[in-house]
Design a binder for this molecule. Structure first.
Ligand code: FAD
Length: 425
């Protein structure tokens, strides 16, 4: 496979072609890509946006899932007032959402589409297949081999290609994990009812694991959840009216209550100058795996959850999977199931972005300890003109960037920087 994309036909990019290297290319049309594009367009910066609008929320979340975040923490960032989730509900006659209403994924997808019509305009569904440095800018190739020259690319591709599967499970899927294999990752499912009547082990202890387990159980599967930690953590039901003493001791933030979360959400820009070790501590510890408060009654006492259990060996035996379990937890030492569903999260690794050609990947400096890009205060990587936002920016700016709540900070910072570069019409 060749990675060179130079020397092919270059697409005509309108009046900007060749002037400043074409429009800014935003790769991704999820909450981050849409928010950045909305701000750039409002600032008069020419931009082309690629991806499927709210694609991850349509294809990487199982039917029946809800958002873990509360409505107030789930606004995309519009350049002018009027684009919040609550505005969408009011204008379109959707039921009002309170802090005690879990948001169905379908509602969030409809909100994203409404936001796109209002603030973004055209989004091109073509995927970006390759990107390489070309002089002072980039040459970006689309499906169908169109090429675009640009001075700036904003990568907002979310977690799509970053699914993490522990090595110990991989032998269960010699042809790769998926719906037809004995092993899959939660991001590969939209309909868990396919496992009705089958035995499924869910590996993981966070929201994805626990919500998938609830959906599997409700669909008639025989589920066991295997959690490494000694207990499952659950979020607290939001209190609509908290006494001032509680508010002082445990200030609220879009990600939950507590001084650390409040500080990193109020001023994510202050996270970046912290020493690398402190940032990593924040990244890893500020929000460990936990289940949403509203999910608890669908899991606790309903679905068997084995805590302090880790998979030590996994092997295929005919159509079955045999798991040998270790750890301090009581219970089975061996578990036999039909399928293993890995809810084992994502790895923030620039090398797992398939559209970055190897020389570009190599040129992107990383945050020590992880393979995420090291970013400037404006989300620019060590490759001038190449920006990363969303989860890949979390090791630089803290946990808020893993959530929709970080879109405002990211969209404003990136737009300010590109406007200063004077890419405006
Ligand atoms: C199971 C689960 C539940 C979550 N729940 C919440 C929650 O409740 N609240 C919250 O705030 N966050 C939640 N998150 C985190 C969530 O992923 C982010 O908050 C949000 O979706 C990130 O938006 P994004 O724009 O970075 O990426 P995504 O929403 O993942 O969007 C990625 C975009 O990139 C596009 N794309 C990918 N590759 C290409 C390519 N090669 N070319 C063109 N386009 C491409 C896709 O089509 C899509 O448009 C959850 C994550 C998971 C996995």
């Amino acid at each position: 496979m060749t990675h060179s994309i130079s020397g092919q036909r270059r697409a005509e990019n309108g009046p900007y072609s060749g002037l400043r290297g074409g429009p800014v290319v935003v790769v991704g049309a999820g909450p981050y890509g849409l928010s950045v594009a909305a701000h750039l367009r409002a600032a008069g910066v020419p931009v082309r946006v690629f991806g499927e609008v709210m694609g991850s929320w349509r294809h990487a979340m199982a039917t029946g899932m809800f958002l873990k975040s509360t409505p107030a923490a789930t606004d995309l960032s519009a350049p002018v007032p009027g684009g919040r989730l609550a505005d969408f509900c009011r204008e379109t006659g959707e039921p009002e959402l309170t802090e005690l209403t879990p948001i169905p994924c379908e509602t969030f997808v409809r909100y994203g589409m409404w936001f796109t019509q209002r603030y973004v305009g055209t989004v091109e569904s073509a995927r970006i297949t390759a990107m390489e440095q070309d002089g002072a800018g980039f040459c970006v190739r689309l499906e169908g081999d169109e090429e675009i020259e640009t001075a700036a690319v904003v990568v907002a591709t979310g977690l799509a290609t970053l699914a993490h599967l522990p090595d110990i499970l991989l032998s269960l899927a010699p042809g790769g994990p998926g719906l037809k294999a004995a092993l899959s990752h939660t991001s590969q499912h939209t309909d868990l009812s396919r496992y009705a009547g089958r035995r499924v082990a869910v590996v993981g202890g966070g929201q994805s694991a626990l919500e998938s387990a609830a959906l599997l159980h409700e669909a008639g599967a025989d589920v066991e959840v295997l959690v490494r930690a000694s207990q499952v953590r659950w979020g607290e039901r939001p209190q609509l009216r908290r006494p001032w003493t509680r508010r002082l001791a445990q200030p609220a933030s879009p990600l939950g209550t507590g001084w650390i979360l409040a500080a990193v959400c109020r001023a994510p820009g202050t996270v970046r100058p912290l020493p690398a070790a402190a940032r990593m501590q924040l990244f890893r510890r500020a929000l460990g795996p936990s289940g949403g408060w509203w999910l608890r009654e669908r899991v606790e006492g309903v679905v068997p959850v084995r805590t302090a259990r880790r998979v030590e060996q996994a092997r295929l035996a005919g159509d079955e999977v045999q798991l040998r379990l270790g750890g301090r937890g009581n219970g089975l030492a061996e578990l036999v199931v039909d399928h293993v569903l890995a809810a084992t999260g994502y790895r923030l690794d620039v090398d797992a972005l398939p559209f970055l050609t190897p020389p570009v990947r190599q040129a992107v400096a990383r945050v020590p300890g992880v393979q995420a890009p090291r970013l400037s205060g404006a989300f620019e990587s060590s490759v001038p003109g190449l920006y990363f936002t969303g989860s890949l920016a979390a090791p630089t700016f803290g946990p808020m960037l893993r959530f929709v709540a970080g879109t405002e900070f990211a969209a404003r910072r990136i737009t300010e920087r590109l406007v200063r570069q004077d890419l405006r019409r």
